[in-house]
Design a protein around this ligand. Structure first.
Ligand code: NDP
Length: 370
C-alpha cells in the first residue's frame, strides 16, 4: 500500500480499495477498516511468539516475514496461510518497498541489527515497530528518529510494558500524588541466564550490552516513567561472571541509582545471575505500591500498603494482555486515530540512560545527564 493511501485505507472505509480480494471480502471491507499489514523481521523465539499473539486481532494482520532461515520461514508461512511471495530474506528485504500488502514491520532481531533494518524499512516507506532497545546506541536511535520524522512514518519502540494497566495505575497515582509525594522507586528484573555459548546475547556487536540491554531496559523505563522523566544524575556498578563464554563487556549484573529533580531517588537492577525476579516498588509519603510481577506480558499484581488506615490490600484491575494493546495503539497511530504514547524519544532517552549507567560503572563516578 502506498503511504498516501494508508490513512484512507485503515482509518476509514474504502469500498473495493484493496486489490486481490474477493467481492464479498471487499463488501466487508466497505464497513470495516482494513487491517494494518505487518511483516515480522526475524522469526526467533520472540518473533514467533508475538506472531502467535497477533492472530485474530481486528487491527493488524501478518502479511509478510523476513528471515534467514528458509525452512522455518516456509513452515511459518504455511501456518499463517501466506504465499511464498510474502517471504523475504535479509538480502532482498528492501523489496518490501514494492509490496503493497506490507504497511509496517516489527523488528525482532538481535539488538545490534535493529538500527540497520529499521533504517532500511523506513527507506522502503514502511512504519516501524522495533524491539527493545530501539538501537545499540542513542546516536543510532536519533538517526532513526530523524529519518522517520522526515518521511512522516511512525517509529515506535515495542515497549509493551507501557500498555500494562497496572503500570499505568501506579504512574497515575504517583503523578496525581494520590498517596502523597513520591520518595523512591525500585525496579528489579533478573533471571539465571542459561543460553549456550555462541548466542548473540554474548556477542557485544549483536547484543549492544549485557543484561542491562536485555532486561535492564525494563528497570530503566519503569524508573523513568514513575520517576517523572529524565533524572539529573546517574550512578551505577556492573559485575561480570566468571563464565568463559561471554566477554568482559557483557555484564551479568548491574545496579544503578537515578536522582530526579523532584527529589525522588530510583534504584534499579538487572541480573542474569539470580532466581527470577520482576518487581517494582514505589514509596510515597503515605503509602507503598508493589507490582510483583511487574512486567510479565500478562499477569501483573499490584499490592498497596497504606498508613491510614493501616492495611495492605491487593488492587484488583482488569486483566489486560499488553501485546494486543500495543499493536492496537501502533495501528491507531499510523491511521491517525491516536497520538503516539510511546515514541522514538522514549527509546532514545532509555539508551542515553543506559549509556550513562555504563559510563558511571566504568569511571566509578556519578554521571550528570544534560
Ligand atoms: P532469538 O535468538 O530467539 O531470535 C533472533 C532471530 O533474529 C533469529 O532467530 C534470526 O531469525 C534473526 N537473526 C538475524 N541475524 C541474526 C544473527 N546474526 N544472529 C542471531 N539471530 C539473527 O532472539 P529473541 O527472539 O529472543 O530476541 C529478538 C529480539 O526480541 C531482541 O531485540 C530482544 O531484545 C527482543 N525480545 C523482546 C522481548 C519482550 O518481551 N519485548 C522478549 C524477548 C526478546 P531467522 O532465523 O528468522 O533469520
Amino acid at each position: 500500500m502506498r503511504r498516501r493511501d494508508l490513512l484512507a485505507a485503515i482509518g476509514m472505509a474504502v469500498p473495493g480499495a484493496l486489490s486481490g480480494r474477493s467481492s464479498s471480502a471487499a463488501a466487508t471491507d466497505s464497513v470495516r477498516p482494513r487491517r494494518l499489514g505487518l511483516a515480522m523481521v526475524g522469526l526467533g523465539g520472540y518473533g514467533r511468539l508475538v506472531m502467535e499473539r497477533t492472530r485474530g486481532l481486528p487491527q493488524i494482520e501478518i502479511t509478510g516475514m523476513v528471515s534467514g532461515n528458509a525452512e522455518r520461514a516456509a513452515a511459518t508461512a504455511r501456518e499463517y496461510a501466506m504465499g511464498s511471495d510474502a517471504i523475504y530474506t535479509y538480502e532482498n528485504f528492501d523489496r518490501v518497498a514494492e509490496d503493497e500488502r506490507i504497511d509496517a514491520v516489527h523488528i525482532c532481531l538481535p539488538v545490534g541489527l535493529h538500527a540497520a533494518f529499521a533504517e532500511r524499512a523506513l527507506k522502503a516507506g514502511k512504519h516501524v515497530l522495533c524491539e527493545k532497545p530501539l538501537a545499540a546506541s542513542s546516536a543510532d536511535a536519533r538517526r532513526l528518529a530523524r529519518l522517520a520524522a522526515e518521511r512522516a512514518l511512525v517509529l515506535m519502540p515495542a515497549y509493551r510494558a507501557w500498555f500494562s494497566g497496572h503500570v499505568q495505575e501506579v504512574r497515575k497515582r504517583v503523578a496525581e500524588a494520590v498517596h502523597g509525594e513520591l520518595v523512591a522507586v525500585d525496579a528489579h528484573k533478573g533471571f539465571r541466564m542459561q543460553l549456550p555459548a555462541g548466542n548473540w546475547r554474548f556477542d557485544p556487536k549483536l547484543a549492544g550490552g549485557g543484561c542491562l540491554y536485555d532486561i535492564g531496559v525494563y528497570s530503566v523505563q519503569l524508573c523513568r516513567w514513575i520517576g517523572g522523566g529524565m533524572p539529573m544524575r546517574v550512578s551505577a556498578m556492573t559485575a561480570h561472571a566468571a563464565a568463559a563464554h561471554w566477554p568482559d563487556s557483557i555484564e551479568d549484573h548491574v545496579a544503578f541509582t537515578f536522582e530526579f529533580a523532584n527529589g525522588a531517588i530510583a534504584t534499579g537492577s538487572a541480573s542474569w545471575r539470580h532466581r527470577l525476579q520482576n518487581r517494582l516498588h514505589v514509596a510515597t509519603h503515605d503509602a507503598w505500591m508493589c507490582l510483583d510481577p511487574a512486567t510479565p506480558v500478562i499477569g501483573e499484581r499490584l499490592t498497596l500498603g497504606l498508613e491510614r488506615p493501616n492495611r495492605i490490600e491487593e488492587v484488583l484491575l482488569p486483566v489486560r494482555d499488553q501485546l494486543p494493546a500495543m499493536y492496537r495503539h501502533f495501528a491507531d497511530c499510523i491511521a491517525g486515530r491516536a497520538t503516539p504514547q510511546v515514541t522514538a524519544e522514549d527509546g532514545i532517552d532509555d539508551l542515553r540512560l543506559m549509556e550513562a549507567i555504563y559510563a558511571s560503572a566504568r569511571a566509578r563516578r556519578v554521571v550528570e545527564i544534560a
